[in-house]
Design a protein. Structure first.
Length: 87
């Protein structure tokens, strides 16, 4: 029995860090974008968020996240990651 889909998922994973209390606002802002990305956290209370972005919208997403730094206290964009993400 196969646990995962046989189809390859093509996405860029961008890791960001921020204070835990800012994650809700960050998630809402990303969700409001027109299908640019999804957000996931790996460990509760750690303040690290993984942004799963469509490959053809990464540039626009990075520009938007840079702009979010003015509104989300302590937002750090750590860049693309190859971490294993199983949710």
């Amino acid at each position: 029995m196969r646990k995962y889909s046989k189809y390859e998922v093509k996405a860029k994973v961008i890791k960001v860090r921020m204070p835990v209390e800012e994650i809700g606002l960050f998630n809402a802002l990303i969700d409001g974008l027109p299908r640019y990305a999804l957000t996931r956290t790996k460990e509760k209370g750690k303040g690290e968020v993984f942004v799963l972005a469509t490959p053809y919208k990464v540039k626009e997403l990075m520009e938007v996240m840079e702009g979010m730094k003015k509104h989300i206290r302590g937002l750090e964009i750590l860049g693309e990651t190859e971490e294993d993400l199983t949710f």
